[in-house]
Design a protein around this ligand. Structure first.
Ligand code: GLC
Ligand code: CA
Length: 610
């Protein structure tokens, strides 16, 4: 049992400002991408029964909460982030009975289950959208419908350039507007054209969403990870016109290199964001206990994170911010840059400072939209550097104040896919971006774009979970009727759960220790955080303090031997012995020797009790 072994942080210690402390304040969350986790019926796609069959592994790892990426009924245009029925399970994944079984089996093991809630948009195959195509239907105003620009004839995009209501581009390429011949109008989609944005201005939309959320909570789920929840409130002028729309008082931004303008400044953290989230809290969560809410929050600043997650404001428990995974590129993600460590430190410091007094931070480096961190900021070029850098990066993240999220396979040090051809990718974002940037707008060469997708594409984290060394990595049976929906990484022969499970030096064993430390030491979960040597280009060091307890965290974020920077060296000067070493990526005697020599070996990281 995991949760039952975990003692909640005493109320004398401040976490997010609430009393009593929330049950999750020293919890660790594990994200499952069901499509790629475990297939049980040989169709090459992961399923709910597969998750249930792996619960003992997750309980052994010691995590407290499982977040499932969407398993609802969906045409799978965006792998389930396009939902056509919120109250059913997609047959790919199983049935509602399978979901009930998963909930019951997880709860038996002390594991909670948080579902993905995708309500900025639905699928275009959702009954609400179908009905909305009829201007006389009661759902007519459930989406963002707009007529073609006066003086133009509407039609297929491209047939009549400039007929779209404004210049906004979609995050998945092309215009954010799609023409619907049945209705004779365009609808807004910030993501793919199969993901029309719901109109949250309409109270009936909000009521339907809250009813659906209550239905799931009554069924036993323990909360929601809310997909792009900070894009639901759009900025309009007083007459309800969007920026750049004909007759709008608000101007659109200029178009970028692909020919479209960016909707984000007008859709992210919009004017009614707080109102909608507070209403949701009242209508769905008031009177309930033991739940967790985390909002995906593109475009939200650290300062606003403090407000939204301050329990006094009754909105969300925590948010995922993105500045720390968005900055290491040249403007677009397809032009990656190496890690600028001082910049990363300053962003993380901003996050930590913003929740000093109230509110809470989530901690993540990986998810189903990000490349694998060991390939991105670590070094997967040799087995030794892979294991060392995976541990160092895990220690770095888990020693911050907040709630850590582990993405499936991260605990094994799984790497990027290292695909070399476009036909190996499945993700619509990568495929559309290639078409748009290479073939249509011609703003990036094929070679450079393929390199960009290899470094930053979302499929890097979506290859099947590596359970063992068999032909399909144990994700699906060796004699399965169908191959996995996306290739298994060939390195599964060496990197897999079966090989790491009993190995005390594995990345898996190290993550187990990190999780246990958070459960056992309130200073890890809740202690004050203070950055050291902000400008050092290789060493990421900070302290954690709670009462008389003080931890020094040092991480060499590079593959070379480096000197300890000044502030860190001063703190490490007092006689440190092996008994001061709480956890380290090399062994404790090695950590003591390194600190005494005022240096760190490649990817050496340690937590020292001062
Ligand atoms: C979020 C999801 C991503 C999805 C998008 C649209 O960013 O994490 O996977 O494509 O929203 O729903
Ligand atoms: Ca299956």
């Amino acid at each position: 049992m995991t949760t039952s072994q975990r003692t909640v942080i005493p109320d004398s210690i401040r976490t997010n400002g609430a009393t009593p402390n929330p049950w999750w304040s020293n919890a660790v969350v594990y994200q499952i991408y069901p499509r790629s986790f475990q297939d049980t019926n040989g169709d090459g796609l992961g399923d709910l029964k597969g998750i249930t069959s792996r619960l003992d592994y997750l309980a052994d790892l010691g995590v407290d909460v499982l977040w499932l990426s969407p398993v609802y009924k969906s045409p799978q245009d965006d792998n389930g982030y396009d939902i056509s029925d919120y109250q059913d399970i997609d047959p790919l994944f199983g049935t509602l009975d399978d979901m009930d079984e998963l909930l019951a089996e997880a709860h038996k093991r002390g594991l909670k289950i948080v579902m993905d809630l995708v309500v900025n948009h639905t699928s275009d195959e959702h009954a609400w959208f179908e009905a909305s195509k009829n201007k006389d239907d009661e759902h007519a105003d459930w989406y963002w419908w707009r007529p073609a620009r006066p003086g133009t004839t509407a039609g297929e995009p491209g047939a009549e350039p400039g007929a779209e209501p404004n210049q906004w581009g979609s995050y998945f390429g092309g215009s954010a507007w799609e023409y619907c011949p049945e209705r004779g109008e365009y609808y807004l989609h910030q993501f793919s054209k199969k993901q029309p944005d719901l109109n949250w201005e309409n109270p009936a939309v909000r009521r339907a969403v809250y009813d659906m959320m209550n239905w799931w909570l009554d069924r036993g789920v323990d909360g929601f990870r809310m997909d792009v929840i900070t894009l639901i409130s759009k900025r309009t002028d007083l007459s309800g016109k969007l920026p750049g729309e004909y007759g709008s008082e608000l101007d659109d931004l200029p178009v970028g290199e692909e020919g479209y303008s960016n909707p984000n400044p007008f859709c992210a953290d919009g004017p009614r964001q707080d109102e909608f989230l507070a209403e949701m809290r009242r209508e769905v969560f008031e009177g309930r206990e033991g739940f967790l809410t985390v909002g995906e929050a593109p475009g939200v600043t650290a300062q606003r994170n403090e407000y939204i997650t301050d329990p006094a404001n009754g909105e969300l428990d925590m948010l995922f911010l993105f500045e720390h995974v968005d900055f290491d590129c040249e403007g677009v993600k397809w032009k990656p840059l190496p890690l600028d460590l001082p910049k990363l430190k300053s962003i993380m410091a901003g996050y930590q400072a913003a929740v000093k007094n109230a509110g809470w931070a989530s901690l993540f480096t990986g998810n189903h939209d990000q490349p694998r961190v060991v390939s991105r900021w670590g070094d997967d070029s040799s087995e030794e550097s892979r294991v060392r850098s995976a541990k160092a990066l895990g220690l770095m993240l888990h020693m911050h104040r907040g709630t850590p999220y582990i993405y499936q396979g991260e605990e094994l040090g799984m790497t990027d896919a290292h695909f070399t051809r476009l036909d190996q990718y499945r993700d619509l974002e990568s495929l559309n971006a290639y078409r748009q940037r290479v073939e249509e707008a011609k703003v990036q060469s094929p070679e450079s774009m393929l390199a960009g997708i290899a470094a930053r594409g979302r499929d890097n984290s979506r290859t099947p979970m590596q359970w063992d060394g068999s032909v399909y990595a144990g994700f699906t049976a060796p004699d399965a009727a169908k191959e996995p929906w996306i290739s298994v990484n060939p390195n599964h022969a060496a990197i897999n759960a079966a090989g790491e499970f009993d190995d005390p030096d594995s990345v898996y064993a190290f993550y187990k220790q990190l999780i246990a430390l958070r459960h056992d030491m309130p200073v890890v979960a809740a202690g004050d955080w203070h950055l050291l040597d902000a400008d050092d280009a290789h060493v990421y060091a900070f302290t954690r303090t709670l009462g008389d307890e003080k931890l020094l965290v040092v991480v060499n974020m590079s593959g070379r031997t480096v000197d300890l920077p000044r502030e860190t060296a001063e703190l490490a000067a007092a006689g440190i012995t092996e008994s001061n070493v709480v956890i380290s990526t090399y062994d404790a005697p090695h950590a003591v020797a390194s600190l005494a020599n005022r240096e760190l070996d490649p990817w050496e990281a340690a937590v020292i009790q001062l």
